[in-house]
Write a protein that binds this ligand. Structure first.
Ligand code: SF4
Length: 407
């Protein structure tokens, strides 16, 4: 039975293609954002601090020296900085400040008993064991009042509001795990440390909220396991995605970005998009002047149609859904469409006869294409009937091509 982490489940919701590349195809990438690199170093420093706390109090200078060493030892060429003008040192110093602030606020670190650090937990969501989850708790504590506390460090640059932490799924899921593994954990508090703001946020969950979470995550796991297409979903998160070379929405952009400036303009995809954008802008100008019936518009439409065909051909050949131009992009979306024989054709007549002879004509009310498609998709009829009906089907791909100007 597969086990799912909350970040894995969230990844599927963010972009099914990226999920597939990571968890199904297991394609490893070593590129990581500097924010994740910094977060990892901060976590290591916290682990060191609390692991040693059972024996001694690590002085701040020693903790910072440990952080600096971990930073240097783990640094690699694939750490990526996306914010313009920022340097690795900016982030290194930021991490130091996070540790200093945290240290001063929580010194002398006697806020309870440490039950686990970087604690790996595995647990089922349901009694039957159909849905299984896993996670790593940054720090599990037993508070002086007997409550279990699940602590999590966040080093990101945005501070959520209380409503957001009250609906956060990660620590709530860990609570499900903690209460499954340690049934004596009756009271559980969820605690986040937002290092960039030197701020702590807390939340708790009702049993009903946990039941709903379990049901929601079970449904999400069902969706993941039934998924076949794993389509890309572009968002702001693409900037941190290391799979552009495998993503139809990004690989052309990546290819042209890597070209020297003198070759850029002649790249076939760029030529297509630039030509399309030029005609599209001309047409828009004419239309703005009210010349909607002008012969020039007709000529432009014909040219646009030709370029559109070239864009579709390139998208199929290179398996790309977005083609980058100099200052615009063409999105080519293909959808599979099932086509039934047209009215008045011999095939149509034969299909109608077939449907009557196998006794399912009434189901599709005078050969309504939508009803037919539904009946086939839902496998409404016996296998031999479906097979005979499917013999009349042909598959066709329909495309839409849209231009988006770069802002
Ligand atoms: S680049 Fe964006 S759309 Fe493509 S796989 Fe990555 S996250 Fe998904």
């Amino acid at each position: 039975m597969p086990e799912y982490s909350i970040s894995q489940l969230g990844k599927f919701e963010d972009c099914a293609l990226q999920y597939k590349l990571i968890y199904v195809d297991k394609i490893k990438r070593y590129e990581e954002g500097i924010e994740a690199f910094l977060g990892q170093r901060f976590h290591e420093a916290m682990e060191r601090l609390y692991r040693e706390r059972a024996f001694r109090l690590v002085p701040l200078d020693e903790l910072l020296a440990y952080y600096e060493k971990q930073w240097a030892d783990n640094w690699h060429d694939e750490v990526k900085i996306t914010k313009e003008g920022r340097t690795p040192d900016d982030y290194r110093l930021l991490g130091r400040r996070f540790i200093e602030d945290y240290y001063r606020r929580h010194h002398p670190f006697e806020e309870g008993r440490v039950l686990g650090l970087e604690e790996y937990i595995r647990f089922p969501l349901d009694a039957a064991g159909r849905y299984n989850c896993k996670g790593i708790i940054d720090r599990l504590m037993l508070a002086p009042d007997g409550a279990f506390e699940i602590h999590d460090y966040k080093t990101g640059s945005s501070l959520p509001d209380q409503a957001e932490v009250d609906s956060d799924r990660q620590l709530a899921l860990y609570q499900v795990g903690v209460q499954t593994l340690w049934p004596q954990a009756k009271d559980v508090r969820l605690v986040w440390h937002y290092a960039a703001f030197d701020m702590e946020m807390r939340s708790s969950r009702t049993p009903e909220a946990l039941e709903k979470l379990k049901a929601d995550l079970g449904a999400l796991i069902d969706r993941i396991e039934a998924e076949r297409k794993f389509a890309p979903h572009e968002s702001a998160l693409c900037d941190w995605c290391p799979y552009w070379d495998l993503c139809p929405a990004k690989k052309h952009l990546l290819k042209v970005r890597e070209l020297p400036p003198d070759l850029w303009k002649d790249e076939p995809g760029v030529v297509i998009v630039d030509a399309y954008a030029e005609r599209w802008r001309k047409k828009k100008n004419l239309e703005a002047q009210g010349k909607t019936l002008d012969a020039e518009i007709k000529a432009l439409d014909a040219e646009l149609e030709e370029i559109r065909a070239a864009a579709i051909a390139l998208s199929e050949k290179e398996e790309v859904s977005v083609i980058a131009g100099t200052d615009a992009r063409l999105r080519v979306t293909g959808k599979d469409k099932t086509v039934w024989p047209a009215k008045g054709t011999e095939a149509r007549e034969a299909l109608e006869k077939e449907l009557r002879s196998v006794g399912v004509w009434d189901d599709v009310s005078a050969l309504d294409a939508a009803a037919l498609e539904k009946a086939v998709a839902e496998q409404k009829w016996p296998g031999d009937v479906l097979d005979r009906v499917k013999g009349y089907l042909t598959a066709e791909k329909r495309y839409t091509v849209t231009l988006k100007e770069d802002s």
